[in-house]
Design a protein around this ligand. Sequence first.
Ligand SMILES: Cc1cc2nc3c(=O)[nH]c(=O)nc-3n(C[C@H](O)[C@H](O)[C@H](O)COP(=O)(O)OP(=O)(O)OC[C@H]3O[C@@H](n4cnc5c(N)ncnc54)[C@H](O)[C@@H]3O)c2cc1C
Length: 388
Amino acid sequence: MNQKSVLISGASIAGPALALWLHRYGFRVTLVERAPALRDGGHAIDFRGAGVDVLKRMGLFEAVREHDTGMRGITVVDGAGETLAELPSEVMSGELEVLRGDLTHVLYEATRRDAEYVFGDSIVSMVQGADGVRVEFEKGEPRTFDLVVGADGAHSNVRRLVFGPESEYAHDLGLRGAIFSAPNYLGLDHRGVLCRLGDKAGMFFSARHNTEARAGLFCADRTLECDRHDTAAQKRFIAERFAGEGWEIPRLLDIMETTDDFFFDTLTQIRMDTWSRGRVVLLGDAAYCAAPTSGMGTSQAMVGAYVLAGELATAAGDHETAFTAFEKEMRDYVAQNQLLGRRAAASFFPSGGEGGESGGHSEAGEGPAANGVPEAPRSTMELKEYQV
Ligand SMILES: Cc1cc2nc3c(=O)[nH]c(=O)nc-3n(C[C@H](O)[C@H](O)[C@H](O)COP(=O)(O)OP(=O)(O)OC[C@H]3O[C@@H](n4cnc5c(N)ncnc54)[C@H](O)[C@@H]3O)c2cc1C
């Protein structure tokens, strides 16, 4: 039995999924999560293609499906509320859609007895040696692990510590967006509405079986250098950009002002030439975030966890061989997903997609969909079998 020790930074999706596979292959796993407890709530995320297959191989498909949001479709409207298109749920909700917090809970329940979880702490330094990585934490005592995995998201701490600043790897898609909870005052029944407003869009989706809703406000903009912790400034920015717009926007702006469940980000992709350095490797959004517009972030986090663990087990813990094989298996799939992310960005927000290095119009095959109506994202990945 392999007894190599692995420290995973980040206990959201990629981290716990990797923990499950590594434990099955006999590794000793510790997860360190900056949040003081498991983060629940959040937006809806979906599974497509290979992501669904991995969930089945994990034996968690049924447990996750219990949380299916059951979305039925989306109506695309213009600023006057006139219907432009009716889209099937697959376009925005994939083959299976759950709230991110529900998925994290299922993954946590499936791993908490077999992996050590440390909440409320973070890595501050890592020193790699011949026998392992000496890790110092903000709060806990220093420890040594054979391997360290950065599964700590697009703003990864491990990536910053080992590979350098985020600015070297983050490619701004030119979109800024906010998501927040709202009462389901439109009375939507497992449905969503997407309002096209030129280079802006508003969204309203029923959530938790119509007992609540989630609202989203996105706009094409490259100017805002946003401080991720300055919620007031972010709300101000959204309010200014959407002032005077039609549909439900005035009411959504009012709701946004008072919500305490507000998420804002610039939509970026993470692109790196390599995902590993010595005994440290990146996984999920930390390594290859495709941006929420791709609809593939969760699937590729789950698929990456499956492949990374499978390659580590196959290589009997020889991390150099495993990390090389992991990249080889994943690169094409990630490239497809990142293309989807750029293409959807250009499709949603034509002016945001133009002129940017990652906007999409300049690269063959990345032009926006007709009428700016989104299409269901598709990418292919043949999952390797790991007979370990
Ligand atoms: C608004 C929005 C909508 C999205 N919609 C979809 C969708 O429809 N379909 C889809 O497939 N994907 C979607 N995604 C993307 C999806 O959520 C991510 O791709 C996926 O969660 C990646 O998982 P991850 O585990 O790599 O990273 P994350 O989920 O970002 O998790 C990173 C974890 O690391 C933790 N962390 C951060 N810093 C530290 C630190 N210093 N130390 C320890 N822990 C740390 C964080 O607290 C977090 O728990 C969306 C994302 C956003 C933001």
